[in-house]
Write a protein that binds this ligand. Structure first.
Ligand code: 3PG
Length: 212
């Protein structure tokens, strides 16, 4: 876990990606690597998501491969079999967490209430996805919960974009921020790979000086 979290901390941003066609996987992976953001959260919301994980795991091992929108332990199992190195869930599912811990698979569970944060700590998990970040109180909420939960660190996601990402990254409790703005599904559907690459590079440039 520590190693993967350190990688996330180094890159500061995690693109939340919806693959609608397998044709998108290789050009996307190339853009992530070329533009120095070898991190991908592939959401299990689309049909080709599991096969996309398999392709990236096999052909692009330099990418930190995360399965996102994992809602239960069966999906965690499928993502594990497909080669994901880490599981991210939008909500707090003890069964999913148990599966991951039992199988040595890193997990960042979603949590937005103090009760869920305490349960994460009970499982020995120190990093949670604060989701949906903006709707759940944003940086103000993170500052408030960091007072009692000093060991807890956050990957805020949901409503984060270029104009507010550095506000989150300025907090020492924030490991990295997730967001879908970095990889626009429409640009991928249009095969506009130069623009996909430009947005990835922009996210890196925008955040790389933020040292919290
Ligand atoms: C997620 O899938 O984790 C979030 O829905 C991404 O949120 P965003 O689209 O607001 O970045």
């Amino acid at each position: 876990m520590t190693n993967n979290v350190q990688v996330l901390e180094a890159y500061k941003v995690v693109p939340v990606i919806q693959i609608s066609s397998l044709d998108q996987v290789r050009p996307l992976a190339e853009q992530l690597i070329t533009n120095d953001l070898p991190v991908a959260e592939i959401t299990l919301r689309t049909k080709p998501s599991l096969t996309s994980l398999e392709v990236i795991a096999k052909e692009f091992p330099e990418i930190l491969l995360i399965a996102g929108t994992v809602l239960n332990n069966q999906q965690a199992h499928s993502a594990f079999n497909a080669g994901a190195s880490m599981i991210v869930s939008p909500g707090f599912s003890p069964q999913t967490i148990r599966f991951c811990l039992d199988n040595g698979l890193d997990i960042i569970p979603g949590a937005m209430t103090p009760g869920e944060m305490e349960q994460a700590l009970d499982f020995g998990l120190k990093t949670i996805k604060f989701f949906p970040a903006e709707a759940a109180g944003g940086t103000k909420m993170l500052k408030a919960v960091s007072a009692p939960y000093k060991e807890l660190r956050f990957m805020p996601t949901g409503g984060i974009h270029p104009a507010n990402v550095n506000d989150y990254l300025a907090l020492s409790s924030v490991v990295c921020c997730g967001g879908s703005w970095m990889v626009d599904p429409k640009l991928m559907a249009d095969n506009d790979w130069p623009e996909v690459g430009r947005l990835i590079r922009h996210a890196r440039t925008l955040t790389s000086n933020n040292s919290n």
